[in-house]
Design a protein around this ligand. Sequence first.
Ligand SMILES: Cc1ncc(COP(=O)(O)O)c(C=O)c1O
Length: 298
Amino acid sequence: MEKLVWFNGKVTTLEEASIPAADHAHLYGDGLFEGIRIYHNQVFKLDQHLDRLYYGCKMMGFDMSIPQVGLRAIILDLCARAGVAEGYIRLNVTRGTGLGLDPRAVKTDPNVMVMVSTLSLYPPEFYANGLDAMFSSVRVIPADSLDPRLKCIGRYASNIMAKAEANRAGVGEALLLNHDGFLTEGTGENVFLVKNGTLRTPHPSCGILRGITRDTVIELAKGAGLTVVEENLTPYDVFEADECFCTGTAAEVVGVATINGQPIGEGKPGPVTMRLTQLFKEHTKIGVPFEAHAGARP
Ligand SMILES: Cc1ncc(COP(=O)(O)O)c(C=O)c1O
C-alpha cells in the first residue's frame, strides 16, 4: 500500500504533504478530526464518522464547501488509489488559514485533509492479557467549555497529558474522571464495565465522545441478549466490576486487567469482553467497499 494524503484537492505521498503554517488548527487547535478504519478493503462505519464530523462542523461554525456525499467519494477514491486492504484513515477539517483568533481572520474555506495510512495502537499481548490502566489526575474538559462530543483537535492536548501521565506510571492507558468525580473515558477510548452480566458505561452526559465503536458494541451486546445501562459511574463501580474493557476505532475492543495496580475481576479479559471482541471482529466484515462510491449512502 501507499500512504497518501489528499489536501484541499491535491494528492501527494505522506512525506510530500504540506499544510499551511497559518492553518487555524495548527495555530489554535481550531479543527475537527475523525479516525476511521479500513478492514478487508472496506471503510468501516464511514457514514457514521462523516455524520459526526459534519455535525461538529455545524456546531463549530465551519463553512464546509464540500458536501458530505462529496467528501465520502473523495475518501473512497483515495483508499482505492492507496490500495490499502487494512489501514487507517485520518480525516481533518480545520476552520481554514489565517493568523489571529478571531474567526473573521480566516479568509479561506476550511482546510480538508484525508490521509490513508496504517496504525497499530496496542501490542497483541494487551488484547490477550488486558491492559494496565490508571485513573488520571487530568479531568475531562467540561461540556460547557468544549462539548466532548465534538472531536475537536485542540481538546486532545489534555488527553495527551493524561497519556503522558500513564506512560510515566508505566501503564497502558489513563481513565479520566469529570469534575463531579464520575468516570468518563480513556484518552482515545470509551469505557465499559461488566457487573453480574450487565454492561455499564458512562452516559454521554458525563462528558464523553460518543464513540462509534461504543455504539457498535452496545448494539452487538443488545443483539447478544445483554442488558446495557448508560449511567453515572464512579471509581468504586470500576473496582467492584467483574470486567472492564475499552472501545475505540484505534483500540477496537481491549480488556483492562488492572487499574491503579488493582486487578479488575480476575485481572484478565473476561468472558463478556472476549465474546464482544469476537462479535466486533465479525462485524468489521461489513463496510463500504472502495468501488461502490458513486451512489448515495446505503
Ligand atoms: C476521547 C475519545 N473517546 C472515545 C473514542 C472512541 O471513539 P470511536 O469509537 O468513535 O473511535 C475516541 C476515539 O478517537 C476518543 O478520542
